[in-house]
Design a protein around this ligand. Structure first.
Ligand code: 2AM
Ligand code: CA
Ligand code: CA
Ligand code: CA
Length: 271
């Protein structure tokens, strides 16, 4: 099979679907009707998340009936990694219908549709679309990373003092995240500053396009990262777990950077 040709047509399809889902979200973002609590009051879902997801699942099932789909709101299993592994080695779509739901609910225009495609559990295509800013990030393995048609590359910063980093809270059921607080302490006075922007997929894209120098987050699910990690790697960045091994969608810790600061970054957050 000609994988290159197939992957390029998969990328085009994922871009179309992400933009169409983005349009549906844009039309509904000023009239959110239902805000449901999942595990707690910081773990929410709206009817728009579900609508976007159902739209994506329907079109992918129709156009690619032989591919599997793993998506956030449909995944009934407690263990998202297990669900991912059980899907098997074939081509699969990993979808976050709205990444940054809290921002979405609070009217902060920083959320995205995230679509990653994997083969044999390895990411080959990533598309992240912010429907408010109309920013489209995408990449395919060995073919570079782009924002709205323009090639993007990671930041040129080569020391922590010049690094702007981002992170987010993991789902810890209201318990203080002591590891995160320790990491923030260690970074204070080490890096330029850090941000909590609320949408992991966009943090990865901004690392790819150089606005951020790096991003770390514990406890992400496959749908938060599947698209963004392809985009970071294709933009020349590095994505590992906190032990420094190449990040796999089964890992519980993620550290992404422009690659130049990676060792130093890892050293500070694992101190
Ligand atoms: P979500 O908006 O799709 O839930 C915020 O740090 C990032 O972590 C967001 O991308 C958010 O995705 C993700 N995340 C996943 N599970 C979360 C949870 N239970 N609580 C907070 N953020 C979560
Ligand atoms: Ca969620
Ligand atoms: Ca998410
Ligand atoms: Ca989501």
């Amino acid at each position: 099979m000609n994988f290159e040709k197939e992957e390029s047509s998969l990328l085009e399809a994922a871009i179309r679907y992400a933009k169409d889902a983005g349009q549906l979200i844009r039309e509904r973002m000023n009239g959110i009707q239902v805000i449901e609590m999942k595990k707690n009051r910081s773990d929410l879902v709206t009817e728009v998340d579900r609508y976007s997801e159902e739209f994506l699942r329907r079109i992918i099932h129709r156009e690619y009936p032989e591919h599997w789909i793993l998506s956030e709101e449909d995944n009934g299993q407690a263990d998202s990694f297990q669900a991912f592994v059980e899907k098997g080695p074939g081509c699969g779509w990993i979808i976050d219908p709205i990444d940054g739901t809290t921002n979405f609910i609070h009217g902060i225009p920083h959320f995205a549709v995230s679509i990653g495609i994997v083969r044999e559990w390895a990411p080959i295509v990533g598309v992240v679309y912010n429907p408010v800013t109309d920013e489209l990030f995408y990449a395919r393995k060995n073919a570079g990373a782009f924002r709205n048609g323009e090639k993007i590359t990671v930041s040129a910063a080569d020391c922590m003092e010049d690094a702007l980093l981002a992170t987010g809270f993991q789902a810890l059921e209201w318990k203080p995240d002591t590891r995160l607080l320790k990491q923030m302490n260690a970074l204070t006075g080490t890096c330029r500053s850090f941000r909590l922007l609320g949408a992991a997929s966009l943090d990865l894209c901004w690392t790819a396009s150089g606005q951020l120098t790096g991003f770390w987050h514990d406890g992400l699910h496959p749908w938060d990262a599947a698209a963004g990690i392809v985009i970071v790697r294709e933009a020349g960045g590095k994505v590992t777990n906190r032990d420094g091994a190449p990040y796999s969608l089964r890992d519980n810790t993620l550290v992404a950077s422009n690659s130049r600061i990676h060792e130093e970054f890892l050293a500070v957050i694992t101190r």
